[in-house]
Design a protein around this ligand. Structure first.
Ligand code: ATP
Ligand code: SF4
Length: 306
């Protein structure tokens, strides 16, 4: 590593094998849900997989809620911030978000670019992730200050960086996804593929799929842009119930947990694996692992989490 590459971020992320940025051109398309599902599915891909999820959606952090970690305190150790573990003592699903630093979850972050940039640098250089097979990064919608800061600070680890683009089938979302694609091209971040979310609605009674919006736009965009189409995810009411049902920690319970551990333990992963979307997401993750192993950067050993 040259002196220029030996930055605090490079040193901190030295033991992280793969960094996957999840982005979308448009807000509300389900990017945070997809980031959460990606982290859970990667964690489920092998009993020994170690996964981190970093939420840099500074103005709308939703990962703590989706992982049932709302209101969890972040501990500062002599070696940096300790991430919050969504799987308790297993400590193989680590999370960090600005949401943990807000006094109340309703509080919002109203910061200018330089302060956001400093926060992102601190997230990348100060969190004690330890060894990770995958670090998933949830970003704000569009291509904002946060994206530019991420790319700038992660320049020394660029060879381990890739992106997943999330869209919905509507034309306006696809148009915005194209802007996101332009950003990844301008910054030379390899795109692992595109996911079309909220693609049809599966009736919980009879399983009939209704295409509320048009469908297939994501696959068509992937084809015309030479991207891998990773798959479609329907509107899944069970998933919403799971991810939107933030459960407050019971008083006194945190004290019985290991440092950074959460009450939900592996209950979350087990419940996630029972949702209708989980098997579909497993196929998406299989494609992602295949892409990583054949390598946008020529990596070979990256899906060997087991
Ligand atoms: N496949 C899905 N089925 C059902 N609901 C979904 C699905 N994907 C996302 N949602 C729901 O849609 C809402 C918005 O999702 P999410 O917060 O993930 O979007 P986002 O793109 O990250 O939003 P933002 O632009 O605010 O960052 C959430 O309530 C989430 O539970
Ligand atoms: S798809 Fe069939 S079962 Fe489902 S809500 Fe519609 S009519 Fe009822």
């Amino acid at each position: 590593m040259s002196a220029a590459e030996d930055t605090p971020v490079a040193r901190r992320l030295r033991s992280v094998k793969q960094i996957i940025i999840v982005c979308s051109g448009k807000g509300g398309v389900g990017k945070s849900s997809v980031s959460t599902q990606l982290a859970l599915s990667l964690r489920a891909s092998s009993p020994t997989a170690r996964v981190g999820i970093l939420d840099v959606d500074l103005t709308g952090p939703s990962i703590p809620r989706m992982l049932g970690l709302d209101g969890h305190p972040v501990h500062q150790s002599s070696d940096g911030w300790v991430p919050v573990y969504a799987d308790g003592s297993e400590a193989r699903l680590a999370c960090m978000s600005v949401g943990f630093l807000l006094k109340k979850k309703e509080d919002s972050v109203v910061w200018r670019g330089p302060k956001k940039n400093a926060m992102i640098r601190q997230f990348l250089s100060d969190v004690r992730w330890g060894e990770l097979d995958y670090l998933v990064i949830d970003t704000p919608p569009g291509t904002s200050d946060e994206h530019l800061s991420l790319v700038e600070h992660m320049a020394p680890v660029h060879d381990r960086l890739s992106a997943v683009i999330v869209t919905t089938p509507q034309a306006v979302a696809l148009l915005d996804a194209m802007k996101c694609l332009s950003f990844t091209r301008a910054t030379s971040i390899p795109v692992l593929g595109l996911i079309e979310n909220m693609s049809g609605y599966v009736c919980p009674c009879c399983g009939e799929v209704s295409n509320v919006f048009s469908t297939g736009g994501g696959a068509e965009m992937a084809r015309s842009e030479g991207l891998t189409f990773l798959g479609s995810l329907p509107v899944d009411t069970e998933l919403v119930t799971l991810l939107d049902a933030a459960e407050a920690e019971r008083p006194g319970e945190a004290a019985a947990l290991p440092e950074g551990g959460s009450r939900r333990s592996f209950d979350l992963l087990e419940r996630y694996e029972k949702t209708p979307t989980a098997p579909l997401f497993k196929s998406i993750v299989d494609r992602i692992l295949e892409r990583l192993s054949s390598g946008p950067h020529g990596q070979t050993q990256l899906n060997q989490a087991a």
